[in-house]
Design a binder for this molecule. Sequence first.
Ligand code: COA
Length: 484
Amino acid sequence: MAKKIAKKAPAKAKGKAKAVAKSSKVKAKAKPAKKPALKVVAKAAPKAPKISTKGWGKDGKALDGVRILDFTHVQSGPTCTQLLAWFGADVIKIERPGQGDITRGQLMDVPNADSLYFTMLNHNKRSITLDSKSKQGMNVLERLVKACDVLVENFAPGALDRMGLTWERIHSWNPRMIVASVKGFGPGPYEDCKVYENVAQCAGGSASTTGFHDGIPLVTGAQIGDSGTGLHLALGIVCALMQRNRTGRGQRVLCAMQDGVLNLCRVKLRDQQRLKAGPLKEYTQFGQGIPFGDAVPRAGNDSGGGQPGVILKCKGWETDPNAYIYFITQAPVWEKICDLIGEPGWKTHPDYAKPPARLPRLTEIFGRIEQWTMTKSKFEVMNECNALDIPVGPILSMKEIAEEPSLRETGTVVEVDHPTRGKYLSVGNPIKLSDSITEVKRSPLLGEHTDEILSKVLKFTPREIAEIKASGATGEAPKAQAAE
Ligand code: COA
């Protein structure tokens, strides 16, 4: 391979290689490894598809042709497969007959309709009901494994194996199959534990670093354990699909929720190590003279980066729980901040002019800025500050977000119609691809696509389908039994 490359390498590159070979024997031995990279690029070009002449967004979707066996439930797994479905994958959700994904019936707000918990995490999927523990159910599963590219699951540890779907068995049925899993913990002392969102937030370092330094640990409303890990898993799957293009074989993808949360708490592990060099000066507690311990403390609303920031009251805070703004005293715009709040003297005063001098005085400084923000609504502060390039963020309520027209226009907030619950709002695809436009379609009813999947995807004959159904594997028990 390396020889071939050397032959076809451009004249200029060959000359360079010779010169290197002359100058050093050791280098000459190591060098050939450099050339294949050039060759790979050159060789791949003729195989690449022709550049599409269709309009942007008119040439299918990013994951067209990818079929997913979706064995997920609750939130983490469904987040992942919903994203893949939005990018065009055909996602077939396997659900237990009669009950389906447990979230269909959790936090119900409309009688006899799938809950928002379920509908908002299962758009663009098809649903088949299947008892995976029955003989016929396993027969159908085998066919599904052979027809799909990726199996995604987030059962409790060992559940897939107990069903009989070990990696070895799946791989023997379909060596191209990618098996992607969310688990609470990776290999180690806790690997057998069942895990929900808040357990992951606590075990991943989020809870110990969230809240105020004198209060108890807090979990955050953002579902960084569930949805965050689902996002990580989706990336792993797409990478495994890319690698399969080259190797032809599938692989296992594992995302542990503890790892996913820790990845999102990376800056806190950064601060843990910085503690060795002294107190964390950008933390409010430093300015308050409160000593630091040996672990990263909870930092309240302090900014996570090097630019100090906090949440400040705005006009109306006495009655409106969201009349607040996040205010960052970014160093490059400090002078503009001083003018805006009516403290021009701070621009040159040695206690305030430079960032290190300000660090022990942050409480006082933000107190003065707050006197100014309290005279304005959060949107007035936003407008005045943005005009001067001062970074601020209004605390938006979910009501305000739901009603925000620009989020509707981008499809980040979408209205979806559902046959049993009617219209509802959902969060659309937050990842925008210019040539793979997301259309958000309602979630499937339980088992809505059982027949079409058995016949059209898995190509069972009408007789075979009748046998499968008669066995009760899809939930339709034979009439004689049902009457009992
Ligand atoms: N047919 C027959 N049986 C089915 C089935 C089907 N279609 N689908 C699931 N089951 C069975 C499983 O095989 C399992 O049976 P077993 O325990 O006898 O082996 C059983 O249903 C329950 O699965 P399990 O995953 O243990 O559900 P649970 O409700 O007890 O636990 C979690 C829920 C979320 C705690 C657990 O799944 C988990 O820890 N998952 C990994 C981490 C995770 O994703 N957590 C976040 C969820 S948002």
